[in-house]
Design a protein around this ligand. Structure first.
Ligand SMILES: [Zn+2]
Length: 370
């Protein structure tokens, strides 16, 4: 009897010791569940895959995804958990884009070099920008067949079906490693938006085929759905600029108002080719240009043409049964200094991957005698 009682008491002690250590681990300072998540942005590439000025037919180290790619790879080396997004306007804007769309056309079975580059760099999702419509919906549809990642836009609708013309949002499931190396499945909701002005800018390509709904209202409609489907955080790929001008549903620059939607955690901005955080936005209300925060949300805009990489560093902690952002900072990194001197090497693999179309474009320009 006595032996049994001793055994029982010992078990009881072991049990209490175990439980108290478990509680101590949860409440203690180790922060086992603290994770770092880095979000990378390119925007408004306008077909500038190469560090090349087609108008002057010479190298230009201030532009080109072959340079930004090196920054992307460096950023991935520094952080175990990264996501890469493009914010739109990637197909049109330089002679390479023109040559492919208007002169040579897409060769059957060949992937457009922009999407070939995106596939190679393993973008997690991309947004459609207004300039993607410039060559018509047919060309866009053919080119997009080569994109291996989710291609998103939520506010352009098909006239025929009254449904979103593109995939409006996606939920990425990623195993994110915490500070002690333990993976956690995090669900990242991603939604994309663009200015409704496409209906004026690309009237001949779009009228009778698609229509556009206001960006902020569309985001408000979708975010509860994305949350209900289990997203831990929501990122908006907002192909739109930043302005605190009084809100108008058809604003071209909706970022400021998108940051006020509670469910949206992060906004990747674009379209206006500016740098955020940057001095252009001095005086924007409720904004911290040191940390790149507008209305409490991290925002980044990485200029244009691959000249900068946008970076948002988040720390998430598991609190009250859900992942919460406990620190956030946004910044951009340039590929060249103010004098145009290159700050990064060219990504040779990417260069080789897109050089065929680049050389064809240069040959074409030279033949024209331009
Ligand atoms: Zn744009």
């Amino acid at each position: 009897m006595k032996a049994k009682l001793i055994l029982f008491l010992s078990l009881l002690i072991v049990f209490f010791t175990m439980t108290s250590t478990t509680f101590a681990a949860e409440a203690g300072p180790a922060r086992r569940d603290l994770i770092h998540l880095r979000i990378l942005e390119t925007t408004d590439l306008h077909s500038d895959l190469m560090n090349y000025d087609y108008y002057q037919t010479k190298v230009d180290n201030r532009i080109g995804l072959v340079k930004t790619a090196t920054l992307i790879k460096e950023a991935r080396k520094e952080s175990k958990n990264t996501l890469l997004f493009d914010d739109g306007d990637h197909l049109k804007g330089n002679p390479l884009g023109e040559y492919l769309a208007r002169i040579r056309g897409m060769h059957k079975g060949k992937i457009h070099p922009v999407y070939r580059a995106f596939n190679y760099l393993k973008y997690d999702a991309i947004a459609i920008g207004n300039h993607e419509f410039n060559y018509g919906l047919g060309f866009l549809k053919t080119a997009l067949k080569g994109a291996k990642m989710p291609v998103l836009n939520a506010n352009v609708y098909s006239v025929k079906t009254n449904k979103p013309y593109f995939k409006p949002y996606t939920i990425l499931k990623r195993n994110i490693v915490d500070q002690s190396g333990i993976p956690h499945e995090i669900k990242i909701g991603v939604i994309a938006l663009m200015p409704t002005h496409i209906m004026k800018w690309d009237k001949s390509n779009l009228e009778g085929k698609v229509f556009a709904n206001p960006m902020v209202e569309t985001a408000k409609k979708y975010v509860p759905r994305i949350k209900a489907e289990g997203a831990d955080i929501i990122i908006a790929l907002a192909h739109t600029g930043i302005s605190s001008q009084p809100y108008h549903p058809d604003t071209e620059n909706a970022v400021y108002y998108l940051t006020q939607i509670p469910e949206i955690n992060v906004v990747l901005a674009g379209h206006s080719h500016s740098v955020f955080p940057g001095p252009v936005y001095e005086g924007l209300p409720n904004t911290d240009l040191e940390t790149g925060i507008i209305n409490g949300k991290p925002v980044v805009m990485a200029a244009a043409f691959g000249s900068r990489l946008g970076i948002i560093d988040l720390q998430l902690s598991h609190q009250a049964g859900k992942w919460q952002i406990v620190s956030q900072k946004s910044y951009t990194k340039p590929i060249a200094d103010e004098t145009g001197r290159s700050l990064v090497k060219t990504d040779k693999s990417l260069y080789n991957l897109v050089k065929e179309e680049h050389e064809e474009t240069v040959d074409f320009i030279k033949k024209l005698g331009l």
